[in-house]
Design a binder for this molecule. Structure first.
Ligand code: SF4
Ligand code: FE
Length: 487
């Protein structure tokens, strides 16, 4: 298995085509805007080497029995699903941002079980190919980015009806040795920091959309792949001197717009090609896993936010005020509710035909739906506790300035024995989490990541047995025959 250092060295060897702020970046691994996001992924390698966390961060491969990073593993029990959530909470606590590697882990499990079922129906070879690719990923401890979200064009019409046929990734050529794909995936988490992209379709397909029903693995530096780096609010603070104003100096998230401009994919890396009737299975399985994931990472990041809010109350001298205690209690309640949902859908997981375990779909959607709301309220409460200085604070350069620095230090002090600099650091940390410097923000990412709220509402409705609930009500009310407790 790779160490964090070996992971970063391996990224330097890729010939990825990355654009940032309108320029091609060659030494992208050392770019100050990109590097924090690499550091966050590096933590997924670091914790795997820590003896106290080995049980959460590693497992044994069900192919080879060899030790494998959990991010590249199949969930072979409900216990494995629970450990995944605990690992994600731990990583959220230690990075306070999106550590990116979960999308690949969730994609691996969705593609594994779906390819098995495609092969059962069509006598195809996808599952064995996928297993061979996954073995290669495990043996080399590669970082995999799951790639689902197509750019989608007009949301009201199907892929094959779009004015521009490239709004969803499609197969433009079938050759003897493989396929050629074209299209783009948007909001791709950690894609530049991954060695491999695992592509999946983004929605249900019909026969006319056959060419769009494609799943395959593509090396990040394959010819024709272009990664255009997504902006984050205040990202150019990372180009300034000092380490205070960015709030979270070491870590950050990453999203790209990834272009696939006529990319050749050999058949051994193709896991779905035209089986449009299985597109929705792959989509929904992946979505359920990733909605579960948010019950791990978001509480972990929430722990840092809670710690920062409590520290600000200490520094402001308000910690003992009844309303502050009440607000801190409320943030904790919201945070632990998200975690409880992540655990619940894991414990209720069921085995797929392929053998790995799928989370409970209804509970995973409930989990993510709470995550579309709770971080907003948690940020609101943390901002309330912090005070308005959160958005009016002068810069680190002002604090360090030879003439005005002493004024800043004197007048922005809270409790006398806490250095003003500590207040600066805690405020910028909360600012980074709430407003989006360390990742897409804790708020908006929680809203749209792993599917926007309406996507969960649809699943919640579909997964609910309303007829059974109505039957309970009819029986209790006496419309139907009442149940006799003594019969
Ligand atoms: Fe992992 Fe959370 Fe980032 Fe998704 S948003 S990749 S679950 S850390
Ligand atoms: Fe996400």
């Amino acid at each position: 298995m790779k160490t964090a250092k070996q992971y970063i060295d391996s990224l330097s060897k890729l010939h990825s085509n990355i654009y940032l702020l309108g320029k091609k970046v060659n030494d992208w691994v050392n770019n100050p805007i990109i590097r924090p996001s690499i550091n966050a992924v590096a933590m997924t390698y670091k914790i795997a080497g820590e003896s106290e966390n080995a049980d959460l961060a590693t497992t044994s491969s069900n192919f080879t029995g060899q030790k494998t990073n959990r991010f590249n593993s199949l969930f072979m029990s409900t216990e494995a699903l629970v450990k995944k959530i605990k690992m994600q909470r731990l990583l959220g606590q230690r990075t306070a941002c999106c550590f990116q590697r979960c999308v690949g882990m969730d994609a691996i499990n969705a593609v594994y079980s779906t390819t098995y079922e495609i092969d059962q129906k069509y006598k195809a070879e996808y599952h064995n190919r996928f297993k061979a690719w996954l073995k290669y990923v495990q043996e080399n401890d590669l970082c995999v980015a799951g790639a689902m979200t197509d750019v989608k064009g007009n949301r009201g019409i199907a892929p094959s009806e779009q004015a521009d046929p490239d709004m969803f990734i499609r197969v433009v050529e079938r050759r003897k040795d493989g396929i050629v794909i074209r299209g783009a995936k948007a909001s791709q988490t950690g894609s530049a920091n991954a060695h491999e992209q695992l592509l999946m379709p983004t929605l249900r397909m019909r026969e006319a959309d056959k060419d769009y029903a494609v799943s395959c693995a593509v090396p990040t530096d394959a010819e024709g792949v272009i990664l255009i780096y997504g902006r984050q609010s205040c990202d150019t603070r990372k180009l300034e001197d000092g380490d205070i104003d960015v709030g979270n100096f070491n870590f950050g998230g990453q999203e790209t717009l990834t272009i696939y401009d006529n990319v050749f994919v050999p058949w051994e890396r193709v896991f779905m090609c035209g089986e449009y009737d299985f597109s929705i299975m792959m989509v929904e399985r992946f979505a359920a896993y990733h909605r579960q994931s948010y019950g791990g990472c978001k509480p972990g990041i929430g722990d840092v936010l809670i710690g920062a809010a409590a520290s600000m109350a200490d520094y402001n001298g308000t910690r003992k005020a009844a309303h502050i205690k009440e607000k801190l209690g409320e943030i904790i309640h919201l945070c632990e509710t998200m975690y409880s949902c992540g655990l619940a859908c894991s414990y209720e997981g069921k085995q797929t035909l392929a053998g790995n375990f799928q989370v409970d779909t209804l509970l995973a959607n409930i989990c993510k739906h709470n995550v579309t709301r709770f971080p907003y309220e948690m940020c609101r409460l943390a901002e309330d506790i912090s005070g308005g200085l959160l958005v009016t604070l002068p810069s680190e350069a002002d604090l360090r300035h030879p003439q005005i620095g002493s004024y800043v230090d004197k007048y922005l002090r809270g409790v006398a024995d806490i250095p003003t600099e500590a207040r600066f650091r805690m405020l910028t940390l909360i600012h980074a989490m709430a407003f989006g410097l360390t990742a897409p923000s804790y708020r908006t990412e929680s809203l749209h990541g792993a599917g926007s709220p309406q996507a969960q509402k649809i699943m919640i409705e579909r997964e609910t047995d309303m007829a059974a609930k109505q039957k309970f009500a009819r029986s209790i009310s006496g419309i139907d025959e009442r149940e006799d407790p003594y019969a």
